[in-house]
Design a protein. Sequence first.
Length: 277
Amino acid sequence: MANGSRQAAWEFFGTELKRRREDAGITQVELGARVFVSGGYIGQFEQAIRKPQLDVAQRIDEALQTDGIFERLCRKLIDDPRYADYFAGVVELERLATKICEFAPTVVPGLLQTADYARAVTIAANPFKPDSYVDEIVAARLERSLILADATRPEYWVTLHENVLRVPAGGAEVMATQLEYVVRLMRSRTVMVTVLPCKVGAHASMGGMLKLMSFEDAPPVAYTETEYSGTLIDDPAVVMRAQRTYDLLRVAALSPEVSLPLIESAAEDFRRCASST
Protein backbone atom coordinates (compact mmCIF):
# COMPACT_ATOMS: atom_id res chain seq x y z
CA MET A 1 0.00 0.00 0.00
CA ALA A 2 1.29 3.45 -0.80
CA ASN A 3 2.31 5.26 2.37
CA GLY A 4 -0.54 7.75 2.13
CA SER A 5 -3.17 5.06 1.64
CA ARG A 6 -1.90 2.92 4.51
CA GLN A 7 -1.66 5.92 6.82
CA ALA A 8 -5.20 6.98 6.00
CA ALA A 9 -6.44 3.48 6.81
CA TRP A 10 -4.61 3.47 10.15
CA GLU A 11 -6.11 6.89 10.90
CA PHE A 12 -9.54 5.38 10.32
CA PHE A 13 -8.56 2.57 12.72
CA GLY A 14 -7.67 5.21 15.33
CA THR A 15 -10.84 7.24 14.83
CA GLU A 16 -12.99 4.14 15.14
CA LEU A 17 -11.08 2.99 18.24
CA LYS A 18 -11.62 6.35 19.95
CA ARG A 19 -15.32 6.35 19.11
CA ARG A 20 -15.88 2.80 20.37
CA ARG A 21 -13.88 3.46 23.54
CA GLU A 22 -15.78 6.66 24.33
CA ASP A 23 -19.13 4.98 23.60
CA ALA A 24 -18.15 2.34 26.18
CA GLY A 25 -17.34 5.09 28.71
CA ILE A 26 -13.74 3.88 29.13
CA THR A 27 -10.69 6.12 29.44
CA GLN A 28 -7.48 5.49 27.55
CA VAL A 29 -5.83 4.40 30.79
CA GLU A 30 -8.63 1.99 31.63
CA LEU A 31 -8.60 0.42 28.17
CA GLY A 32 -4.81 0.18 28.27
CA ALA A 33 -4.98 -1.71 31.55
CA ARG A 34 -7.44 -4.18 30.08
CA VAL A 35 -5.30 -4.92 27.03
CA PHE A 36 -1.91 -4.79 28.84
CA VAL A 37 -0.51 -1.59 27.31
CA SER A 38 -0.23 1.91 28.70
CA GLY A 39 -2.94 4.53 28.31
CA GLY A 40 -0.40 6.52 26.32
CA TYR A 41 -0.16 3.69 23.82
CA ILE A 42 -3.95 3.75 23.38
CA GLY A 43 -3.73 7.47 22.68
CA GLN A 44 -1.03 6.84 20.09
CA PHE A 45 -3.17 4.14 18.45
CA GLU A 46 -6.05 6.62 18.25
CA GLN A 47 -3.81 9.24 16.66
CA ALA A 48 -2.30 6.68 14.24
CA ILE A 49 1.15 7.45 15.62
CA ARG A 50 1.71 3.85 16.71
CA LYS A 51 0.24 0.73 15.08
CA PRO A 52 -1.01 -2.06 17.39
CA GLN A 53 0.18 -5.63 17.07
CA LEU A 54 -2.45 -8.19 16.11
CA ASP A 55 -2.74 -9.63 19.62
CA VAL A 56 -3.39 -6.15 21.04
CA ALA A 57 -6.10 -5.55 18.43
CA GLN A 58 -7.70 -8.84 19.45
CA ARG A 59 -7.68 -7.84 23.12
CA ILE A 60 -9.20 -4.47 22.23
CA ASP A 61 -12.06 -6.27 20.47
CA GLU A 62 -12.58 -8.40 23.56
CA ALA A 63 -12.46 -5.42 25.94
CA LEU A 64 -14.85 -3.29 23.87
CA GLN A 65 -16.96 -6.21 22.60
CA THR A 66 -16.59 -5.05 19.01
CA ASP A 67 -17.12 -8.39 17.25
CA GLY A 68 -13.63 -8.62 15.77
CA ILE A 69 -13.61 -5.29 13.92
CA PHE A 70 -10.15 -4.22 15.08
CA GLU A 71 -8.63 -7.64 14.50
CA ARG A 72 -9.95 -7.65 10.92
CA LEU A 73 -8.73 -4.12 10.29
CA CYS A 74 -5.32 -4.98 11.69
CA ARG A 75 -5.02 -8.14 9.62
CA LYS A 76 -5.91 -6.32 6.43
CA LEU A 77 -3.50 -3.49 7.12
CA ILE A 78 -0.64 -5.76 8.11
CA ASP A 79 -0.84 -8.07 5.13
CA ASP A 80 -3.31 -9.81 2.88
CA PRO A 81 -1.68 -11.48 -0.13
CA ARG A 82 -5.00 -11.72 -1.94
CA TYR A 83 -5.12 -7.96 -2.45
CA ALA A 84 -2.69 -5.42 -3.81
CA ASP A 85 -0.95 -3.66 -0.93
CA TYR A 86 -2.64 -0.36 -1.72
CA PHE A 87 -6.13 -1.97 -1.68
CA ALA A 88 -6.14 -4.07 1.50
CA GLY A 89 -7.35 -1.23 3.73
CA VAL A 90 -10.17 -0.41 1.32
CA VAL A 91 -11.58 -3.93 1.61
CA GLU A 92 -12.12 -3.59 5.33
CA LEU A 93 -13.59 -0.11 4.99
CA GLU A 94 -16.14 -1.49 2.51
CA ARG A 95 -17.36 -3.80 5.27
CA LEU A 96 -17.82 -0.88 7.65
CA ALA A 97 -19.41 1.53 5.18
CA THR A 98 -23.07 2.48 5.33
CA LYS A 99 -22.97 3.92 1.81
CA ILE A 100 -20.67 3.29 -1.17
CA CYS A 101 -20.73 5.33 -4.36
CA GLU A 102 -18.55 4.11 -7.23
CA PHE A 103 -17.70 5.19 -10.75
CA ALA A 104 -16.41 2.41 -13.01
CA PRO A 105 -14.95 3.64 -16.32
CA THR A 106 -13.55 0.39 -17.74
CA VAL A 107 -14.64 -2.76 -15.87
CA VAL A 108 -17.56 -3.94 -13.77
CA PRO A 109 -16.75 -3.07 -10.12
CA GLY A 110 -15.33 -5.92 -8.04
CA LEU A 111 -18.37 -6.00 -5.73
CA LEU A 112 -20.58 -6.81 -8.74
CA GLN A 113 -18.36 -9.25 -10.60
CA THR A 114 -19.31 -12.85 -11.33
CA ALA A 115 -16.66 -15.54 -10.91
CA ASP A 116 -16.12 -16.00 -14.65
CA TYR A 117 -15.86 -12.27 -15.32
CA ALA A 118 -13.44 -11.84 -12.41
CA ARG A 119 -11.36 -14.71 -13.76
CA ALA A 120 -11.26 -13.20 -17.25
CA VAL A 121 -10.08 -9.76 -16.13
CA THR A 122 -7.58 -11.29 -13.68
CA ILE A 123 -6.00 -13.49 -16.35
CA ALA A 124 -5.92 -10.58 -18.82
CA ALA A 125 -3.85 -8.57 -16.35
CA ASN A 126 -1.74 -11.54 -15.18
CA PRO A 127 -1.24 -13.82 -18.20
CA PHE A 128 1.79 -15.64 -16.73
CA LYS A 129 0.37 -16.33 -13.27
CA PRO A 130 -0.61 -19.93 -12.36
CA ASP A 131 -4.20 -21.04 -11.86
CA SER A 132 -3.68 -21.11 -8.10
CA TYR A 133 -2.99 -17.37 -8.11
CA VAL A 134 -6.03 -16.63 -10.28
CA ASP A 135 -8.26 -18.82 -8.09
CA GLU A 136 -7.16 -16.95 -4.99
CA ILE A 137 -7.84 -13.54 -6.52
CA VAL A 138 -11.28 -14.61 -7.77
CA ALA A 139 -12.20 -16.12 -4.38
CA ALA A 140 -11.20 -12.92 -2.61
CA ARG A 141 -13.27 -10.82 -4.99
CA LEU A 142 -16.34 -12.99 -4.45
CA GLU A 143 -15.77 -12.84 -0.70
CA ARG A 144 -15.85 -9.04 -0.88
CA SER A 145 -19.21 -9.14 -2.64
CA LEU A 146 -20.81 -10.98 0.29
CA ILE A 147 -21.44 -7.61 1.95
CA LEU A 148 -24.25 -7.09 -0.58
CA ALA A 149 -26.02 -10.22 0.67
CA ASP A 150 -25.93 -9.06 4.29
CA ALA A 151 -29.06 -7.65 5.91
CA THR A 152 -27.00 -4.62 6.96
CA ARG A 153 -25.49 -4.12 3.50
CA PRO A 154 -24.40 -0.63 2.55
CA GLU A 155 -26.43 1.55 0.24
CA TYR A 156 -24.55 0.98 -3.02
CA TRP A 157 -24.63 3.43 -5.94
CA VAL A 158 -22.71 2.60 -9.13
CA THR A 159 -22.19 4.64 -12.27
CA LEU A 160 -20.90 2.54 -15.16
CA HIS A 161 -19.40 4.11 -18.24
CA GLU A 162 -21.13 2.65 -21.29
CA ASN A 163 -17.78 1.21 -22.38
CA VAL A 164 -18.11 -1.32 -19.55
CA LEU A 165 -21.20 -2.74 -21.27
CA ARG A 166 -19.54 -3.12 -24.64
CA VAL A 167 -16.19 -4.81 -23.98
CA PRO A 168 -16.70 -8.62 -24.09
CA ALA A 169 -14.41 -9.51 -21.19
CA GLY A 170 -14.18 -13.31 -21.16
CA GLY A 171 -16.26 -13.62 -24.32
CA ALA A 172 -19.93 -13.20 -25.14
CA GLU A 173 -21.21 -15.91 -22.78
CA VAL A 174 -19.32 -14.57 -19.77
CA MET A 175 -20.35 -11.01 -20.55
CA ALA A 176 -24.01 -11.91 -20.99
CA THR A 177 -24.06 -13.67 -17.62
CA GLN A 178 -22.26 -10.77 -15.97
CA LEU A 179 -24.68 -8.14 -17.22
CA GLU A 180 -27.68 -10.35 -16.40
CA TYR A 181 -26.34 -10.57 -12.85
CA VAL A 182 -26.13 -6.77 -12.61
CA VAL A 183 -29.72 -6.57 -13.86
CA ARG A 184 -30.89 -9.01 -11.16
CA LEU A 185 -29.22 -6.93 -8.47
CA MET A 186 -30.88 -3.80 -9.85
CA ARG A 187 -34.30 -5.41 -9.98
CA SER A 188 -33.96 -6.69 -6.42
CA ARG A 189 -33.01 -3.14 -5.37
CA THR A 190 -29.70 -4.37 -3.97
CA VAL A 191 -27.79 -1.76 -5.94
CA MET A 192 -28.58 1.45 -7.79
CA VAL A 193 -26.85 1.44 -11.19
CA THR A 194 -26.76 4.22 -13.76
CA VAL A 195 -24.94 4.33 -17.09
CA LEU A 196 -22.84 7.23 -18.36
CA PRO A 197 -23.35 7.08 -22.14
CA CYS A 198 -20.45 7.41 -24.56
CA LYS A 199 -22.14 10.33 -26.28
CA VAL A 200 -21.56 12.46 -23.17
CA GLY A 201 -17.92 12.70 -24.23
CA ALA A 202 -15.62 14.31 -21.67
CA HIS A 203 -16.77 13.78 -18.10
CA ALA A 204 -15.78 14.76 -14.56
CA SER A 205 -13.61 11.70 -13.82
CA MET A 206 -11.51 11.29 -16.95
CA GLY A 207 -8.59 10.27 -14.71
CA GLY A 208 -10.15 6.96 -13.74
CA MET A 209 -12.29 5.15 -11.20
CA LEU A 210 -13.63 6.72 -8.02
CA LYS A 211 -15.09 5.21 -4.86
CA LEU A 212 -16.66 7.14 -1.99
CA MET A 213 -17.43 5.48 1.35
CA SER A 214 -19.54 6.90 4.16
CA PHE A 215 -19.76 5.57 7.73
CA GLU A 216 -22.21 5.84 10.58
CA ASP A 217 -19.93 7.62 13.03
CA ALA A 218 -16.71 8.34 11.14
CA PRO A 219 -15.73 10.82 8.42
CA PRO A 220 -16.18 9.77 4.79
CA VAL A 221 -13.24 8.65 2.66
CA ALA A 222 -12.52 8.50 -1.05
CA TYR A 223 -10.47 6.04 -3.04
CA THR A 224 -8.99 6.49 -6.49
CA GLU A 225 -7.01 4.00 -8.52
CA THR A 226 -4.82 3.87 -11.58
CA GLU A 227 -3.54 0.72 -13.26
CA TYR A 228 -0.66 0.18 -10.84
CA SER A 229 -1.57 2.00 -7.62
CA GLY A 230 -4.39 3.36 -5.52
CA THR A 231 -4.87 6.18 -3.04
CA LEU A 232 -7.14 6.21 0.00
CA ILE A 233 -8.08 9.80 0.85
CA ASP A 234 -9.45 11.11 4.12
CA ASP A 235 -8.57 14.82 3.83
CA PRO A 236 -12.02 16.49 4.21
CA ALA A 237 -11.37 19.08 1.49
CA VAL A 238 -10.24 16.47 -1.04
CA VAL A 239 -13.09 14.11 -0.14
CA MET A 240 -15.51 16.99 -0.74
CA ARG A 241 -13.98 17.54 -4.19
CA ALA A 242 -14.34 13.83 -4.92
CA GLN A 243 -18.00 13.96 -3.86
CA ARG A 244 -18.55 16.88 -6.25
CA THR A 245 -16.94 14.85 -9.03
CA TYR A 246 -19.30 11.96 -8.37
CA ASP A 247 -22.27 14.33 -8.27
CA LEU A 248 -21.28 15.63 -11.72
CA LEU A 249 -21.02 12.08 -13.04
CA ARG A 250 -24.42 11.17 -11.66
CA VAL A 251 -26.02 14.24 -13.22
CA ALA A 252 -24.52 13.35 -16.61
CA ALA A 253 -25.58 9.69 -16.40
CA LEU A 254 -28.84 8.21 -17.60
CA SER A 255 -31.53 7.65 -14.99
CA PRO A 256 -31.82 4.17 -13.40
CA GLU A 257 -35.07 3.65 -15.33
CA VAL A 258 -33.30 4.28 -18.65
CA SER A 259 -30.08 2.54 -17.62
CA LEU A 260 -31.80 -0.76 -16.80
CA PRO A 261 -33.14 -1.51 -20.31
CA LEU A 262 -29.80 -0.40 -21.79
CA ILE A 263 -27.94 -2.96 -19.67
CA GLU A 264 -30.59 -5.59 -20.48
CA SER A 265 -30.20 -4.86 -24.19
CA ALA A 266 -26.41 -5.24 -23.99
CA ALA A 267 -26.85 -8.55 -22.14
CA GLU A 268 -29.29 -9.79 -24.82
CA ASP A 269 -26.87 -8.84 -27.58
CA PHE A 270 -24.09 -10.84 -25.94
CA ARG A 271 -26.47 -13.74 -25.31
CA ARG A 272 -27.47 -13.86 -28.99
CA CYS A 273 -23.82 -13.68 -29.97
CA ALA A 274 -22.97 -16.56 -27.64
CA SER A 275 -25.84 -18.66 -28.99
CA SER A 276 -24.78 -18.17 -32.60
CA THR A 277 -21.23 -19.44 -32.08
